[in-house]
Design a protein around this ligand. Structure first.
Ligand SMILES: [Mn+2]
Length: 177
């Protein structure tokens, strides 16, 4: 039987290229599309925690406010700087764009992203867009979600997926009575 958790060869190669491009200790901004959904938000917080565990400084900058219904995913450890807009993007060394195949999906941040000195890294599962948001891509339309690609990135990198990374600190949103 086929191993469903096995990372396909092409995807693995793309992940290895992306990992090789990460500079230890750099400050990374993460963005997803306007009106972020569960995949965008979930992928951002999982990747933020994976990267923080490897010594990166990470913050989120989305083009529209973090949805209230996903507030619990941020916990106390993941920083959302979306309210600062483009200046929070420019303050990072590198941008990682999640769940987007076209830069226009970054709404008010799109122009800033087009002009960043270093092209963003992209992790996405959509059909290719007209204007890709970066140059170094982990994209696979066979992935059911961007979250699947973040999981595979952790597998290939051999980064441990701890319980807080896997589940987000859900207990902070749902206190036991
Ligand atoms: Mn998605």
């Amino acid at each position: 039987m086929r191993d469903l958790l096995e990372v396909p060869a092409g995807r693995r190669a793309a992940i290895e290229r992306l990992l090789a491009d990460l500079v230890p200790g750099e400050r990374l901004a993460l963005s997803t599309h306007i009106n972020a959904d569960g995949d965008g938000c979930g992928s951002e917080v999982a990747l933020a925690r994976l990267l923080r565990a490897r010594g990166f400084t990470v913050w989120i900058v989305n083009p529209t406010p973090w949805p209230a219904m996903f507030r619990f995913l941020l916990g106390d450890d993941v920083q959302d700087r979306s309210a600062e807009g483009a200046s929070a993007l420019r303050a990072a060394d590198r941008l990682v764009v999640l769940d987007i195949s076209d830069v226009k999906r970054l709404g008010v941040l799109a122009d800033t992203v087009r002009k960043l000195p270093r092209p963003p890294l992209v992790i996405d599962h959509h059909l290719p867009g007209e204007e890709p948001p970066g140059t170094l891509h982990v994209t696979d339309i066979d992935a059911c979600a961007t979250g699947e690609l973040v999981f595979d990135l952790a597998q290939v990198a051999r980064w441990e997926i701890t319980a807080p990374i896997a589940t987000a600190p859900i207990e902070t949103a749902m206190p036991r009575s």
